[in-house]
Design a binder for this molecule. Structure first.
Ligand code: SF4
Length: 266
């Protein structure tokens, strides 16, 4: 018979799953409960046994094909406006009917050298229509400032543009449906470097399925643009010990962009 979790166990389980998701581990499956297995060991074992059989996502396709109207527009402000108009009052995936207040398109300098890409809007972003304005956004602002930049100098966007209910991780089909608009934004902005914030952004931009531990620490070629992977600020709020690691990632980006590295952030 199925064993009911106590509220404390349910909370511990939810926290643990959320933690593993931030590490890039998404594949969990249920198995028959055993009388002598604890919640903690059950989660740990499921992570170890998470299925490696999920198919690799396809690599992002070039978005600069002439079929997109913005391809012939030189002014990036106008080109981004065309993409936003093309998105319209989007109903292309189920996220349009799961409580979103508005589409969160992206914000910042349309000619930015540096672009940050996150996972999707949260409650504050959904409310204000701008990415990274909540607590995680405040931390991202500090990270940007530590790099010697201002928020207005970079461009910030997400893989999905509508808030997933309960801040859940966006599903594969939702990412696949929405991310072409992100690719088009990147093609217009033409940043010198992209920082993928968290596993969802990294996996969608790079078309790979790996852990954060494996994806961090090296440069990738995102269709001609250098891309670095670091932790999502929401994860850093939950585990501030990793801020130093994130700072190492950002310092590599600074070196690449020729920005002066004054002192370590915290
Ligand atoms: Fe459209 Fe993207 Fe929103 Fe889905 S998440 S409804 S594809 S804008």
């Amino acid at each position: 018979m199925a064993r009911r979790l106590t509220p404390e166990q349910a909370r511990a389980l939810a926290d643990r799953v959320s933690y593993y998701r931030d590490l890039g581990i998404h594949d969990f499956y249920r198995r028959a409960a055993s009388a002598d297995i604890t919640v903690e060991t059950a989660v740990a074992e499921e992570v170890v046994e998470s299925s490696p059989l999920e198919p690799e996502p396809t690599l992002p396709k070039a978005a600069t094909a002439a079929k997109f109207p913005e391809a012939s527009i030189k002014d990036p402000v106008a080109a981004l406006r065309v993409i936003r108009e093309d998105l319209g009052d989007c109903t292309r995936c189920v996220l349009h009917q799961q409580g979103r207040k508005q589409i969160v398109f992206g914000v910042g300098n349309p000619k930015a050298d540096l672009m940050f890409v996150g996972e999707g809007p949260g409650a504050d972003e959904d409310e204000q229509g701008e990415p990274f304005v909540g607590r995680a956004g405040q931390l991202l602002n500090k990270m940007i400032e530590a790099m010697g930049l201002k928020r207005e100098e970079v461009y910030i966007a997400n893989v999905v543009k509508c808030r997933p209910p309960g801040n859940r991780t966006p599903e594969r089909d939702e990412c696949d449906t929405c991310s072409p608009f992100l690719y088009r934004q990147i093609d217009v902005i033409k940043p010198k470097a992209i920082v993928a914030l968290g596993a969802v952004a990294a996996k969608n931009l790079l078309g790979m399925n790996d852990t954060m531990a494996n994806m961090r620490g090296r440069w990738y070629d995102y269709r001609g643009t250098q891309l670095r992977v670091t932790y999502h600020p929401a994860f850093l709020l939950r585990d501030p010990r990793q801020k130093g690691e994130a700072w190492k990632d950002l310092q590599e980006v600074m070196k690449y962009l020729g920005l002066e590295i004054k002192k370590a952030g915290n």
